[in-house]
Design a protein around this ligand. Structure first.
Ligand code: APR
Length: 275
């Protein structure tokens, strides 16, 4: 651990952006199941679906209300969860480095925002489960899922009253969750593609936390940051491909993110006294 802290401190003393890239593992200690963990499965009728099957445009096209039911269940789980020590540590880092720090998150649970991470420094690259948008793309605008839409329990179906609320306020067509699905592409207006790539190209430090390295833009972030000479650290309870990259850079921390993030961010923003 000390070698990782020293590497972070030295890298942060150099010019360049300080980036943190988070995934579902950062919210695990808030009680939100990770995607690829066992609790991520969902049953429709007699069949068990994996999130990779349900979080697709194809699933939404063929069974929109089943997909909405899954999101309304997960929205309730997220709403009941509270930010943990890792989320809070990243708020302190944002405040300490207002011009240099950016948080790139794959999490749609909104916990970084609820902890206090400023919007200007936070880039949710997979959307936000509390928001919806037009399923026909009549506009890029997002809107909050209306207040009258209930949280659903496992196995509960979307009622006709709720269906009437889940509409685009502009065209009256069906609304969809504002999330990036597996068979869809990143873009700048909705998912900050260009901004995040640019930040990665300027990175002096990249801390990757709680992700299994299965998605495209995080790979671009890690690859571009490595090419820019950034010191990369991986925080995860398990080995993963980003850990392999970090092992030959700043190092790996094999511990729950909530137990170590405060020490990592302090190594970045608290400069040892000199002279
Ligand atoms: N601390 C740190 N890491 C943890 C913890 C923890 N307490 N608990 C679990 N992890 C790690 C797991 O070892 C795993 O590597 O978090 C990772 C979670 O992986 P996934 O469930 O695949 O989540 P993530 O990488 O965020 O998924 C990426 O894929 O499903 C899509 O769009 C969805 O944003 C999601 C994306």
């Amino acid at each position: 651990m000390q070698a990782v802290l020293d590497a972070l401190g030295a890298a942060a003393a150099r010019p360049g952006k300080v980036l943190v890239l988070t995934g579902a593992g950062v919210s695990a200690e808030s009680g939100i199941p990770t995607f690829r963990g066992k609790e991520g499965y969902w049953t429709i009728g007699a069949r068990e679906y994996h999130p990779q099957e349900l979080a697709t445009y194809e699933a939404f096209r063929t069974m929109p209300w089943n997909v909405w039911a899954w999101y309304l269940y997960r929205r309730g789980v997220c709403r009941r969860a509270e930010p943990n020590a890792a989320h809070r540590a990243l708020v302190r880092l944002a405040a300490a480095l207002p011009d240099r720090f950016a948080l790139v998150t794959q999490n749609v649970d909104g916990l970084h925002r609820r902890a206090g991470s400023p919007d200007a420094q936070t880039f949710p690259i997979h959307g936000d489960i509390t928001l919806a948008r037009c399923a026909d793309d009549c506009t890029l605008d997002r809107f909050p899922v209306p207040d009258g839409v209930p949280e659903l329990g496992k196995g509960e179906e979307v009622s006709e009253e709720t269906k009437a609320l889940l509409v685009c306020p502009r065209c009256g067509g069906m609304a969809r969750p504002h999330v990036l699905w597996f068979d869809e592409s990143y873009d700048e207006p909705r998912f900050h593609l260009d901004t995040v790539r640019r930040l990665a190209m300027q990175a002096a430090v990249l801390v990757v936390a709680g992700t299994s390295a299965q998605t495209n833009l995080p790979w671009q972030v890690v690859t571009l940051a490595a090419r820019a000479g950034a010191v990369i650290v991986d925080v995860n309870v398990e080995d993963n491909p980003f850990g392999d990259i970090a092992a030959s850079s700043g190092g790996v921390v094999r511990a729950p993110a909530a137990t170590v993030m405060d020490r990592l961010v302090e190594a970045i923003y608290i400069r040892p006294a000199t002279g």
